[in-house]
Design a protein around this ligand. Structure first.
Ligand SMILES: Cc1ncc(C[n+]2csc(CCOP(=O)(O)OP(=O)(O)O)c2C)c(N)n1
Ligand SMILES: [Mg+2]
Length: 351
């Protein structure tokens, strides 16, 4: 993979991390209400998958979807304003964190119900198949969704009709506080696809380059009309399930192990910069690894380190601007709510 693509992946991951950490801050200040499910730790999955996706692909995601929405071209301003419940948000402040949506960008939501994404994605894929376009639907879901009936019904239908869906499991090992082996007789999600003769692979979801390459390969086959595929990415969330969850069910040592050794941002930095120290050296350096290695790189006279800092300031500015935009945006009124509801009704009739 060329260096430019790697830098793009790195920038997207840095923005994802900075945006989500800022959202947490704004939540504690009271600027964001309701549920807020954040993505730190899992960035390599959305960034790798959606950089490999084409502009015509549709995306359906869960309630942990801020990063996915931004990667599909919904601006950080519009996403932050939606989290704030403001009129300039991508769902006009009516949806909030779990219901980001932009039909033009083919980002078909943000869904709060576990397992809701499967039938929506399968339906969109059916419409693509009828039009015979080289397009796909990318359907994100968590490890906690695989025992829902919708998973099995949709995989069966997608395989039977050869529909262009890429099912993407973000396996962070937990469904709120329940580990996958406590709720699933078969804990390897990719094996579930065999029952529906859907090709499936398990990939390291902490390595953005592997995610990008596996997704690109799968999508090329799907565009060619070979039917659905499933990719299971093993990942980890650094925070609790939502802002309301301190995550006390996970041993500290487990969380720290993932943070220090498998931080996808650290891995992306390592793979982007030439002469970067090995994974072992990074993990030996401890949690402050990024800063330490940045100064080491600087001492060695590598220009890339300055580039990394430039990227960091660039994404910090984008996030500051998004918060300023959200703060300045007005609250939606009752009349707005009525207008958007009518607008949706008209759209239903047209379809
Ligand atoms: C049908 C349904 N049942 C229960 C819930 C409550 N619930 C919200 S999130 C969640 C856990 C889902 O875990 P997973 O699919 O692994 O996604 P993650 O949060 O780990 O990204 C549950 C049970 C729900 N939203 N919908
Ligand atoms: Mg999970």
């Amino acid at each position: 993979m060329d260096r430019e693509t790697q830098l793009k992946l790195l920038k997207d991951m840095l923005l994802a991390r900075a945006f989500e950490e800022r959202a947490a801050e704004e939540y504690t200040k009271g600027n964001i209400a309701g549920f807020l499910h954040l993505y730190p730790g899992e960035e390599a999955v959305a960034v790798g998958v959606l950089n490999a996706a084409g502009p015509s692909d549709y995306v359906v995601s869960t309630y942990r979807e801020h990063v996915h929405a931004m990667l599909r071209g919904i601006s950080p301003d519009q996403v932050m304003a939606e989290l704030f419940g403001k009129k300039d948000g991508c769902s006009h402040g009516m949806g909030g964190s779990m219901h980001l949506f932009d039909r033009q960008k083919r980002f078909m939501g943000g869904y709060g119900i576990v397992g809701e994404t499967f039938p929506v994605a399968t339906g969109i894929a059916y419409s693509i198949a009828m039009k015979q376009q080289p397009e796909a639907v990318i359907c994100f879901f968590g490890d906690g969704a695989v025992n829902q009936g919708t998973f099995h019904e949709s995989l069966n239908m997608a395989a039977l009709w050869g529909l262009p869906v890429l099912f993407v499991c973000e396996n962070n090992h937990y469904q709120i506080g329940t580990e996958i082996h406590r709720h699933s007789a078969v804990a390897e999600v990719y094996k579930r696809a065999c029952g529906y003769r859907i090709p499936a692979r398990r990939i390291d979801g902490m390595n953005v380059l592997e995610v990008y390459e596996a997704t690109g390969q799968a999508l090329q086959q799907i565009y060619a009309g070979t039917g659905p595929q499933l990719l299971e990415f093993e990942t980890y969330r650094f925070r609790g399930h939502s802002m309301a969850d301190p995550g006390s069910y996970r041993p500290k040592v487990e969380v720290e192990a993932f943070k220090d050794q498998e931080d996808p941002v650290a891995i992306a930095i390592r793979e982007t910069l030439p002469c970067y120290p090995s994974a072992d050296e990074i993990s030996a350096a401890g949690p402050d690894v990024i800063n330490k290695l940045c100064s080491q790189m600087d001492n060695l006279g590598h220009l890339d380190n300055r580039q990394l800092e430039a990227l960091r300031s660039e994404v910090a500015q984008i996030v500051d601007d998004a918060v300023a935009f959200a703060l300045a945006s007005p609250e939606p009124t009752l009349e707005d709510a009525q207008a958007y509801l009518d607008c949706n009704r008209q759209q239903e009739v047209l379809i």
